[in-house]
Write a new protein. Structure first.
Length: 290
């Protein structure tokens, strides 16, 4: 929300979910978010273009994400867009949607048919569903998604941003295996920490632990190789991983120059270190040669 208010990228919907931050965030953090939002969005749009939007997106641990509304504005909605998070988070999001017309109207506009379901823990329209579930239990997850008309035969994009790291390696492996075995044509995008075995990584872990934030799956975040291997070992045919410094260098450089002029960055080195400790990985399996 803070980065959007400074002008790093446009998101007219985030204001309805997140209160304006009182304190300034560090420029390194804002640039990091900028790279994350653009990097993930680049892959999502590539998938939507390849499938001509004849696909579905499942956003895992979506929190207060606004991607559904932004895609609708760009006329890039998939056939169906699903979000999954803990019931408590889902209830908060649905409350915001119900009470704010700029959020509820686009859902009504994209809805066809008469059965729009909305209660405190789930929302189901023809193009957008929010499901309250625990990602550590994939059979329960699948059952709930199917109740909201998940179609396993449609090309499916699954997105997880800083989600798998909070599960044990076994739990995230089960989720990845479930996704790979359920959809014949699918892509998985994972954004999270990497290179966590070095000194900088250790300090990051200690800082998080001090804030009672335990990264149960951090051992898989050892390296880009360990991130790739996890995907390949759990049923995905191809997998790639790049750190966020590399992502940053791939982004349209004219826009990068624009955002770099928004705030003065004192510590270039700290920014680079931070960016080398996050990565985007993407995997696919493709029975129909998309």
């Amino acid at each position: 929300r803070f980065a959007v208010s400074v002008g790093y990228w446009k998101d007219p919907y985030i204001q309805y979910f997140v209160r304006q931050a009182k304190e300034r965030k560090a420029p390194e953090i804002n640039r990091g978010y900028y790279a994350r939002v653009h990097g993930v969005s680049y892959l999502i749009k590539a998938f939507l273009k390849k499938t001509e939007c004849n696909c579905q997106i499942v956003n895992l641990g979506a929190g207060m994400d606004t991607l559904f509304w932004r895609l609708k504005d760009e006329n890039l909605l998939p056939r169906k867009y699903f979000e999954v998070d803990f019931p408590m988070i889902v209830a908060r999001k649905i409350h915001n949607i119900k009470s704010k017309p700029p959020l509820s109207k686009p859902i009504m506009e994209s809805h066809s048919g008469d059965s729009l379901l909305i209660d405190s823990h789930s929302l189901d329209s023809s193009r957008y569903s929010i499901v309250g579930a625990d990602l550590r239990f994939s059979s329960d997850l699948e059952e709930k998604l199917k109740k909201h008309s998940l179609d396993v035969h449609l090309p499916t994009l699954l997105v997880a941003e800083c989600v798998l790291v909070y599960m044990t390696p076994q739990q995230s492996a089960n989720l990845l295996k479930w996704a790979a075995s359920t959809f014949p044509v699918a892509m998985f995008i994972n954004y999270e920490q990497v290179n966590m075995a070095d000194r900088f990584g250790q300090i990051m872990i200690e800082n998080l632990q001090r804030r009672q934030c335990n990264l149960a799956g951090v051992e898989v975040c050892r390296s880009l190789d360990s991130q790739r291997e996890r995907l390949l070992l759990n049923g995905w045919e191809t997998a790639r991983a790049i750190d966020m410094m590399k992502v940053y260098s791939f982004l349209p450089q004219a826009d990068v120059r624009r955002i770099e002029s928004l705030e003065f960055l004192d510590e270039k080195e700290l920014f680079e270190q931070l960016m080398q400790h996050y990565c985007i990985c993407w995997a696919s399996k493709d029975s129909s040669n998309l």
